[in-house]
Design a protein around this ligand. Structure first.
Ligand SMILES: NC(=O)c1ccc[n+]([C@@H]2O[C@H](COP(=O)([O-])OP(=O)(O)OC[C@H]3O[C@@H](n4cnc5c(N)ncnc54)[C@H](OP(=O)(O)O)[C@@H]3O)[C@@H](O)[C@H]2O)c1
Length: 357
């Protein structure tokens, strides 16, 4: 159980936060000083947070935490409270703007000002997208991690941002694990680039994934699913040069791409799941080491600016990209973070867990 504080007795200039006090400790809800945004940073009032597997790795194993106390969490939606000085003045993210934003708790290694699990957080301005009125904070909170990871995957295997195929190009793409959070964003981004998307999921999610743009959906639990995918792609006259493994089924992805790539070429797979020396390999198909945003700050800022301020902003405005998968609100208030992470740890199916603050 996380501890609670008297919410009516928060000192001036402080806000509530779900803090990790030591390695493996449960989150403790307490107050901490509210920071001031630095150059090209925003201070955001957090309204909703979405939970990701990396959050419980951070809580339980100290993954990418440099020191304690720490505040973790990457996914949030809220309202801009203040903006720091910027070299490129813009009204787009002025105070009062509703946004979804990717809190940089991983690159800042748990530094308390930068984790999403609190009511005020600092984020780089490049990591925030303004939201259309029709999107609720709860729905929008799941966007940042999923969309960032989808685009970081395409970046890592060299899929150009301006890719624009038509059905006549017959360019297939494989997204393994379309009902996962990352997989559903990879599916939608691939569809918007004009690929014919093949994906895998439990039967109950097939219609939903078709509504997101999948051309064919296969039940990964069925016998010989790889052969079924290869057969269908040949019938559809598609070639597959690229794929995205969202859930750790690399062997299947390798076999399928090897069978469907153009003769004499190398196919490429993005793996959202970390690889090891024991991970499978197959001649003719390259795998990136692990989907990650660029380590170099300048390159990362440039990618994030494209993802949030250019691509996602436009796609949300036009309604071409929708938050996926469906949300489940697992609690209200920061006191729900501890239990929400325990629920996530047990596994979800076609659902994103969200906490409303
Ligand atoms: N590299 C990065 O930067 C990064 C970022 C985010 C996440 N990740 C990692 O990416 C993975 C996915 O994260 P997430 O948050 O998207 O996961 P998630 O939404 O929690 O994944 C749950 C989904 O996985 C599907 N699934 C499980 N096993 C499957 C299989 N063998 N084949 C097809 N689908 C399968 C389930 O499908 P059904 O319900 O249809 O059975 C379920 O809907 C995690 O390992 C996470 O740690 C990496």
């Amino acid at each position: 159980m996380s501890s609670t504080v008297n919410k009516d007795n928060i000192p001036a200039g402080h806000h509530l936060a779900a803090v990790l006090t030591s390695l493996g400790s449960p989150v403790e809800v307490t107050h901490r000083p509210t920071p001031t945004p630095g150059p090209d940073e925003l201070l955001i009032e957090v309204k909703s947070i979405a939970l990701n597997p990396v959050d419980h790795y951070q809580r339980d194993f100290g993954f990418l935490i440099a020191s304690y106390p720490a505040v973790v969490g990457s996914d949030l939606a809220g309202v801009v409270v203040a903006a720091g000085p910027t070299s490129v003045p813009s009204d787009e993210l002025k105070p009062g703007t509703r946004v979804a934003a990717f809190a940089p708790c991983l690159s800042h290694k748990g530094a308390p000002d930068y984790g999403a699990f609190q009511t005020r957080v600092l984020v780089p301005a490049a990591n925030a997208v303004p939201l259309p009125e029709r999107l609720s904070f709860n729905e929008a909170s799941l966007l940042p991690m999923a969309v960032t990871t989808a685009w970081a995957g395409w970046y890592s295997i060299g899929v150009a941002r301006d890719t624009a195929y038509t059905p006549a190009d017959k360019k297939g793409i494989l997204v393994w694990g379309g009902s996962s959070s990352v997989g559903s964003a990879a599916l939608q981004t691939a569809k918007l680039m004009g690929f014919v998307v093949y994906t895998t999921a439990s039967e109950k999610h097939h219609e939903y994934l078709k509504s997101l743009g999948a051309s064919r959906v296969f039940d990964y639990k069925s016998e010989g699913v790889e052969a079924s995918i290869i057969k269908a792609a040949k019938e559809d006259g598609l070639t597959f040069q690229v794929g995205y493994d969202a859930v750790g089924q690399l062997q299947s992805c390798l076999e399928i791409l090897k069978a469907l790539k153009e003769e004499g070429t190398t196919a490429r797979v993005a793996s959202a799941v970390p690889l090891s020396d024991a991970s499978p390999t197959l001649e003719g198909v390259e795998v990136n080491s692990f989907v990650a945003s660029p380590v170099d700050e300048k390159a990362r800022t440039e990618l994030f600016h494209f993802v949030y301020r250019v691509w996602l902003k436009e796609k949300l405005e036009k309604g071409e990209f929708v938050p996926s998968p469906k949300i489940q609100v697992v609690g209200k208030g920061l006191e729900s973070v501890q239990e929400g992470l325990d629920v996530l740890k047990k596994g979800v199916s076609g659902t994103k867990l969200v906490i409303e603050l």
